[in-house]
Design a protein around this ligand. Sequence first.
Ligand SMILES: Cc1cc2nc3c(=O)[nH]c(=O)nc-3n(C[C@H](O)[C@H](O)[C@H](O)COP(=O)(O)O)c2cc1C
Length: 374
Amino acid sequence: MGLFGPPALISVDDSRARAKRRVPKFAFDFIDGGAGAENGLRRNSSAFQNELLQPFALENTDREIVTKRRFLDQDWQLPFGVAPMGLAGLAWAGMDQHLAAAAEKFGAPYVASTPSTAALEDLKTIAPNSGWFQLYVGRSEEIVQDLILRAETAGYDTLVVTADVPRPGKRRRDLRNKFGLPLKIGPRMIADVLTHPQWALNLLKTGVPGFANLAQYADPGASTASLAELMASQSSGRLDWDLLQKIRQRWRKKLILKGISAAENVAKAMEIGVDAVIVSNHGGRQLDGAPATLHALKEIRSQIGDAYPLAVDGGVRSGEDILKACNAGADFVFLGRPFLYAVAAQGPQGADNVFAMLKDELVNAMVQTGRPIL
Ligand SMILES: Cc1cc2nc3c(=O)[nH]c(=O)nc-3n(C[C@H](O)[C@H](O)[C@H](O)COP(=O)(O)O)c2cc1C
């Protein structure tokens, strides 16, 4: 982003608006929407909007600005990364691969999701240093065990277990658009796709996105209805503290628990030997009344002290927000939708551009607040 040329990407809001024009409504609503009346979705970002940053003047801002962060024994170039997102290839074909490559290039973590539209093995090849794997503990013990084995074999050293999907959230936009599994393609959806030709052509090149990690567990020749059932039962289910303890015993490398907003849950995770917690409410996609993650983070930090590693996601929309999260006690920050919007808005280049933009905004916020080191 040069001082005199036009910036490659101006803001998350700008790329969201562009993505909305380029992506069929049913797919845009799937990535953009939240649970219930979407108060929780708005609450996450309003919490960041209402949080202030105190400027400190005349702090010799010519000094080098250091955005590096060490998190779970690894040095990262940036204090933020890509949250796990299932079905991301629906927003733009090749989404997972573009984001994994950009995260690797920028030295930031990329979390491959259980219901991702690219195989976990392929994503680890694209992001050998940056790739983590997110696990949904679904109903089939066998599949869960196999996914853990596959993650291990592929060379992942960090497993992120998601805790906030005991069952799928109620998302009104998806219900209104009749978007669900198995996908029922009606005339409205066909019209929706035909009026977004660039998205459709791109999809034709790469093939219709599927659940690359889970497809192999379906019986060959299974009906789409039974395939859909398998996906649903493997994306939510029967995780409890006993099972988490068993996963802790099985997975000896780094283990993170994602989707926690109560301090007593963090205390329990610490007790079990979980290495870090991501304070998250799934981007407001599960429980509309869940507290804003920025507020939950502050509360948890005040109760558990400074030592335990905490990350946060939900509603982070700028470099200033990333700094606010760090000020509130986050050791690391994740973003979800902003990455999807950028690639849907600009294609593969959007992945690099959103990293560059957020980094530039973060550096700017650090300079404005007289803080050379994160
Ligand atoms: C389209 C979409 C799919 C998601 N899929 C998953 C998933 O498979 N696993 C998971 O743990 N979280 C999933 N999430 C939640 C994100 O990891 C993250 O918690 C959330 O998006 C953060 O909020 P933000 O989008 O406001 O940044 C998904 C979010 C979106 C938007």
